[in-house]
Write a protein that binds this ligand. Sequence first.
Ligand SMILES: *Cc1c(COP(=O)(O)O)cnc(C)c1O
Length: 768
Amino acid sequence: MTKAQMIIKDAERILKTEHGTTLKEASGSALCAAVARATLLAVGDDWAKSREKLEKGRRAAYISAEFLTGRAICNNLNSLGLLEEVQKLLSARGADVNKLEDEEDSALGNGGLGRLAACFLDSAAALDLPLGGYGLKYRYGLFKQTVVGNEQVEVPDDWTALSDNWTIRRDEDSVIVELSDGNIRAVPYDMPVIGYGTRNVGTLRLWQTESLKEFDFALFNDYRYEEACANKNKAEDIVKVLYPNDWNIEGKRLRLKQEYVLSSASLQDLLRCYEKMHKSYRALPDYAAVQLNDTHPVLAIPELIRLLTKKGVSFNTACTYAGKMFAFTNHTVMPEALEKWDMALVKSVNEEIAAILKRLNRRSLRETGLSLIKDGMIHMADLAVYMSFAVNGVAKIHSELVKTSLFPAWYRLYPERFHNKTNGVTQRRWLSLCNKELCGVLASHTDKDFVKDLSVLGQIKPTKQLAKELAGVKQIKKKQLSKYLKHFFSADIPESFVFDIQVKRLHEYKRQLMNALSIYDLYLDVKAGKLKDLPPVAFLFGGKAAPGYARAKAVIRYINELSCLINADPDVKDKMRVMFVPNYNCSLAEKLIPAADFSEQISPAGTEASGTGNMKFMINGAVTIGTWDGANIEIAQAAGEENEFIFGARLEEIEKIKDSYDTKAIYESDEHVRRAVDSLTDAGFADEDGALSELKTSLLEGASWHSADHYYVLKDFASYREARLKAYETYAKNKAAFDMMCLKNTLSSGLFSSDRTIKQYAEEIWKI
Ligand SMILES: *Cc1c(COP(=O)(O)O)cnc(C)c1O
């Protein structure tokens, strides 16, 4: 029996015994559950062996508050090389393979940072590298976004109830986490990370918090039902949601508890493995490197020191060990995203940790003259840089900014610590799984396995013939997307239009507003009968706004209002369409990105640390309309600047103008800017709460916490218009040239595989 046949047979038995149904009759969720469990059985042996190997040698641990793993079934079967065979066998038995799409995304993350963590685990597994992931098993993932009356409405994402088919509870590896208001148990749930083209299976270990004292029988007997469950609820609340609202002190405490539980449980786990093989702690720094993904897990540093000193290691020795084990990745230059915690709050979570932080602060002052605690707040990034042997940014430009503008004093002290590791994405999910048509064409032009090694694409000759074949694939993907959008959203996005796509979290710095305002400006021209040569363009958006982020939500409203206006206007609807696709997540990304002609990457220079969406688009042969920012720069350099449409002020220019930036002058002098900005208040869009009008104010006047137009929408507006008109004109007038641009992007995307990134971490930082 082949492995795929085994999986089918096991799935059949699971359906019969656990769901009382058959492959043919099973609901989507039952079919997903059964195929997932059967696949787990199929990898069980390899997983156990890989785990044993991981625990023995030197390894790296990747601790992250987020892992945006998306759907697993098809990806895992694809990694096993069994996807097509399993699909065929399922169909042959009368099962509807489309039901595999009913699997919920596991959205234990927010956006790029969490998706990066998932890509890294995939790459490490494929490369046989000993890397384990540590995260939290949030009860609810990030909210699901619906759009009601043009507004974002959040609904809970109950992923564990519907699609928690891949985690295995490991009670025997539970640990106790000490909290000032009562200790709790952290129970690990392991998720397999199946390596492509190898028998190696990595592990993502997710911690669930539970009470030590589930239930007070005496209280319950005494009719005090709520009190009887109080402990249970308090412990379970810790991992109830990702990024709990932290506007008040209780919310802040909850977040800090999450971070501490993640840090403490993960390090206890590492130490437990180490202690199985060693009597003294002397070899600990040789045993593991610990990568801190942003500041959320940085409490792991004092926690390691705390755990070691409890075991009899001296404070100084513990600090030395920590300094050899931790490495830190910075993901943003936005000052508001650099975490700081009130020391009193830290103390209320764990007193010993607060004491260790004070001691580390004194040590830093003595050694470096720099303090980690300022005005009673512990600065997590400073702590991380002080105590890590390596600090990295995530694209070249960003890593320079990390040295020169974020941590210049630390850089002067420890220049050798600072690295660049340009992000990447896994071609397993972002090419092989989401675009098998493109894979088919590429495979007919090389005998090498680009799913294993993306850089071999660079050896394929960019011929006109191949460019044409890729354009054919693009048309197929556009048709599929168009059908999907019609089926699920009753949207009419004709496949004959140019697809111009901006999908990513909603944030002012990502400038979805600039895109939308520019669309309004084009709309007025088209309506007035100008821009006769413009090909029909569909502008697609997707992205969630943080629930408390009023301006981001106002941008969603504006885009939806624009969509209503334009799609219904008989004068323009044959030339333009606008759509906001709700609930952008991994699975939607897998449908949208392969269908894009143009990829919108338009943050002001110096604000997007790297971006990874830009890389997914590039692999799938979209042309970037983008600024000289983040990894866009390296993308343009790899593909050739002539194969992207680069616009906007560069970092040097922004530095120069920023103190005298005059938005009113631009508004007064540029007719396009003025009419676009005025549409926020004058286009007749619904704005009862004044949110759109506030957007206009933010562009022209600013607000107490930000200067006017903090992200240079007005400054870059004219060059953006010019770039996109040139882009559409190239598409319309010289399609062959445009197709060649797409091809050059795909063929030079090898650099942006997370395999490359992970090799660099492994060789240059982790030494594994
Ligand atoms: C890749 C990805 C992101 C990151 O996109 P950026 O454009 O780099 O911000 C966010 N969300 C999802 C679902 C993704 O797949």
